[in-house]
Design a protein around this ligand. Structure first.
Ligand code: SAT
Ligand code: MN
Length: 603
C-alpha cells in the first residue's frame, strides 16, 4: 500500500521516524488477508515462522522467541510523565527528556536492513465513540501479523483518521539492525535486557518501545495503549480504561446482563470470559477477555467495549476441560509463540489435556522426550494469538459500537484464605475499597518475596496504570459520586482459590463459577438472597448451589466471615499497602478500612 493522503502530521511523523531509524523500505499496512499471507510467507522463508500442518491446524504458524524475550518486562517499563509524582509510587519513572535522548540514541539507524511497517489500527469497533485510533510503526513483521488479529487494521481506520486527524503514535523496534548482507537466519531479533525500553509519555499520549519483540512489549495497542495511555485519557475525559474481561450472562428466561471483572494475571480471566456454565439453562457469552473501556451513556448507565479484536492467551493449561472455547478459537488461523511442535506439524503444551504424542520439538527448537525431559516443552508464558471471531462463545453484540451496559463489576485474586467465595459491596466506595486491596498470594519463591505474603495488585492495574495509582483511586471515587447511584454497577469480590488448611481446593472453579455468576446476576435484578455481614452482603445459606464434590462443611467455610483473617488483612492493608500512596490515598478508602474494622469488632 502506498502512503495515504494525509493527515499531514501522520505523514510528517512517519518521515521523521524513517529518517532516524533508516529502514531499507517503508510499507504502509492495509490489513488485508493478502498482506497477512505475504508477510507470513516471508517469515517462513526467513526461518522465523513455521507453517503448521494445514490438515491439523489450517492457516496457523509457530514462532519461537529468544529465551531473553519471553514476556513483558516490568523492570524496563517506564511512565515518563513530566514529574515523578505524576507517575506515582508504583511506576518506574525517568525524566521524559532524558529518556527520549537515550532512546533516540538507540533508534538511530536501528532499522537498517529491515522494512519499516506503518500500521493504522483501531482499538474498538471502527467509528465507535469509545474507540481510539493508533498508528504503530514497527520493524517486526511478527508484530504486523499479530496486530492484524489483535486490533482492527487498515483502510477503514485511515478513513476515520482523514476525518478527525486524531491518533496515538506508537513506535516500536526490535533493536537489531542488520549489517550489509546480514540476515536473522531464523533467530528471533531483539536487544539485550538493559537496552529494552517500554516507554510511555502520558502527557503527549505517545509510546516508544525498543528491544523486545514479544507480546505486550511490542503489540503496542494492548497494554501500552489500551491500558497505560488510555487510563490517562480516561482520567482526563471522565471514563474508565480497565484490565477487565467482559461477559454476558443470560438466565433461563432469556434476560441478559453484562459483567466486567478484574483479576491479576494467572487467575484465569480468559477461562472466566469463555466459561461454560454448569447451571442448567444459563448461558455465558464473551465480549472481551482482557481489557474493558467503559463510558457512561446518555441514560446514565456504564457501557463497555472490548478494544481488542483477538485473544493473546497463555497456552499452557488451556485444554478442552479448562477452556473448550479457547481450544476451538485456536483450531485455525492462529499464531502460536513458544509452544512445542509435534512431529506431525501440530502444537502441544503442558496440560493441553493429552500426553505429548511421542517426541516433540520444544520451544527452544530442541528435541524433547516426555520420558526424559526435566523442563517443560512449552514456555510457561507461551501464547496463542487468535481472532475473537473464531471463538464460539462470542456474544453476537461483541462489536456493537455502543458497547454493552455493565450491571456488575467483579474483583478477585488468588487467595487461599480469608476472602470468601463471594461478597457484595454495600455501595460504590466500598466496591472501590475492594478493588484497591486486590492481590494474590505469592506461591513461588522465585520472586524475592516470602511465600505466603500477598502481592497487592489493586484493580489488577498495578503494571498497567499510566499515572499515580492514588489518583487512580480518586478517579474511581469521583466517577461514582457524579453518577446516578441507582444506575451504577453492583460491585463484588470473588475468590475461586480458597484452600483447606492441608492445601486442598475448596471450590472446583471453572464452569462451577457460573453458580457465583448466577447469584451476582440475581443480586443485580433485586433477587438473590443475601445477608448483611461485617464485610458486606453475603449469599444467604443455600443461595449458591453446591457443586458435586463440595461438602456442606466446605460450602460453609467458603461463605464464612473469617474474622481473624480479616483483622490481619486490615493490618496488612493499613501498614504495608495503603502507606505506599501517601497523601494521594483518598480519605474515602481509609474510612472504608476503619468502618470494616469497626464492624468486625462489633460482630
Ligand atoms: O504480553 S501481554 O502484556 O500482552 C500479556 C500479559 O503479560 O498480560
Ligand atoms: Mn492481561
Amino acid at each position: 500500500m502506498n502512503p495515504p493522503a494525509g493527515p499531514k502530521k501522520l505523514l510528517d511523523w512517519v518521515d521523521e521516524v524513517a529518517a532516524l531509524t533508516r529502514p531499507d523500505t517503508v510499507q504502509w499496512c492495509d490489513g488485508t488477508t493478502e498482506e497477512y499471507d505475504r508477510l507470513m510467507q516471508l517469515m517462513v522463508d526467513d526461518g522465523i515462522a513455521i507453517r503448521l500442518n494445514g490438515k491439523k491446524r489450517p492457516n496457523s504458524f509457530l514462532f519461537r522467541s529468544s529465551p531473553s524475550d519471553v514476556a513483558r518486562v516490568e523492570k524496563r517499563t517506564y511512565i515518563a510523565s513530566r514529574t515523578k509524582e505524576a507517575a506515582g509510587p508504583t511506576n518506574n519513572w525517568i525524566d521524559p527528556d532524558q529518556l527520549k535522548e537515550t532512546m533516540k540514541g538507540l533508534y538511530d539507524g536501528c532499522m537498517r536492513g529491515r522494512t519499516m511497517y506503518v500500521i493504522p489500527f483501531s482499538m474498538g469497533p471502527v467509528g465507535s465513540n469509545i474507540a481510539k485510533i493508533g498508528i504503530e510503526i514497527t520493524d517486526s513483521p511478527y508484530v504486523v501479523v499479530n496486530m492484524h488479529i489483535m486490533t482492527r487494521v487498515g483502510q477503514k481506520v485511515l478513513d476515520v483518521l482523514a476525518r478527525d486527524e486524531e491518533f496515538i503514535p506508537t513506535l516500536h523496534s526490535v533493536g537489531k539492525p542488520l549489517a550489509e548482507g546480514e540476515a536473522d537466519n531464523g533467530q528471533w531479533p531483539c536487544a539485550p535486557i538493559e537496552e529494552k525500553y517500554i516507554s510511555h509519555f502520558p502527557e503527549e499520549r505517545m509510546i516508544w518501545s525498543y528491544g523486545s519483540g514479544y507480546g505486550g512489549n511490542a503489540l503496542l495497542g494492548k497494554k501500552c495503549l489500551a491500558l497505560r495511555i488510555a487510563s490517562v485519557a480516561a482520567r482526563d475525559e471522565g471514563w474508565l480504561a480497565e484490565h477487565m474481561l467482559i461477559l454476558g450472562i443470560t438466565n433461563p428466561e432469556g434476560v441478559k446482563k453484562y459483567v466486567a471483572a478484574a483479576f491479576p494475571s494467572a487467575c484465569g480471566k480468559t477461562n472466566l470470559a469463555m466459561l461454560v456454565p454448569t447451571v442448567p439453562g444459563w448461558k455465558v457469552e464473551t465480549v472481551g477477555d482482557d481489557i474493558a473501556w467503559m463510558k457512561f451513556g446518555q441514560d446514565g448507565r456504564l457501557y463497555a467495549i472490548n478494544p481488542e479484536a483477538g485473544f493473546f492467551g497463555v497456552a499452557p493449561g488451556t485444554s478442552m476441560d479448562s477452556n473448550p472455547n479457547a481450544m476451538k478459537s485456536v483450531e485455525r488461523d492462529s499464531i502460536f509463540t513458544n509452544v512445542a511442535l509435534t512431529d506431525d506439524g501440530d502444537i502441544w503444551w503442558e496440560e493441553i489435556g493429552y500426553d505429548a504424542p511421542g517426541k516433540l520439538i520444544d520451544w527452544h527448537g530442541n528435541e524433547w522426550d516426555a520420558a526424559t525431559a526435566d523442563k517443560p516443552a512449552a514456555h510457561p508464558n507461551a501464547r496463542f494469538t487468535a481472532p475473537a471471531a473464531s471463538c464460539p462463545a462470542m456474544a453476537p453484540e461483541w462489536e456493537d459500537p455502543a458497547g454493552v451496559p455493565i450491571s456488575a463489576i467483579l474483583f478477585g485474586g488468588r487467595r487461599p484464605g480469608t476472602i470468601p467465595l463471594v461478597h457484595q459491596a454495600r455501595n460504590w466506595n466500598h466496591g472501590v475499597f475492594m478493588g484497591s486491596i486486590v492481590g494474590s498470594e505469592i506461591t513461588s519463591a522465585a520472586l524475592d518475596l516470602k511465600a505466603g505474603t500477598i502481592r497487592r495488585d489493586p484493580f489488577a492495574m498495578l503494571p498497567f496504570c499510566g499515572y499515580n495509582m492514588g489518583e487512580y483511586f480518586q478517579h474511581w471515587i469521583k466517577l461514582g459520586q457524579k453518577a446516578d447511584q441507582s444506575k451504577l454497577p453492583e460491585i463484588f469480590f470473588v475468590n475461586w482459590f480458597r484452600k483447606t488448611a492441608d492445601g486442598k481446593w475448596l471450590w472446583p472453579g471453572y464452569g462451577e463459577n457460573s453458580r457465583v455468576l448466577k447469584w451476582v446476576f440475581e443480586r443485580c435484578i433485586g433477587e438473590g438472597e443475601a445477608t448483611d455481614s461485617p464485610i458486606g452482603w453475603m449469599p444467604a445459606q443455600g443461595a449458591i448451589g453446591r457443586p458435586e464434590g463440595v461438602s456442606e462443611q466446605d460450602m460453609a467455610e467458603l461463605l464464612a466471615v473469617d474474622r481473624e483473617g480479616w483483622l490481619r488483612e486490615i493490618k496488612s492493608v493499613r501498614e504495608e499497602h495503603y502507606p505506599k500512596f501517601g497523601d494521594k490515598l483518598p480519605a474515602e478508602l481509609s474510612a472504608e478500612l476503619n468502618t470494616l474494622e469497626q464492624r468486625l469488632n462489633q460482630s
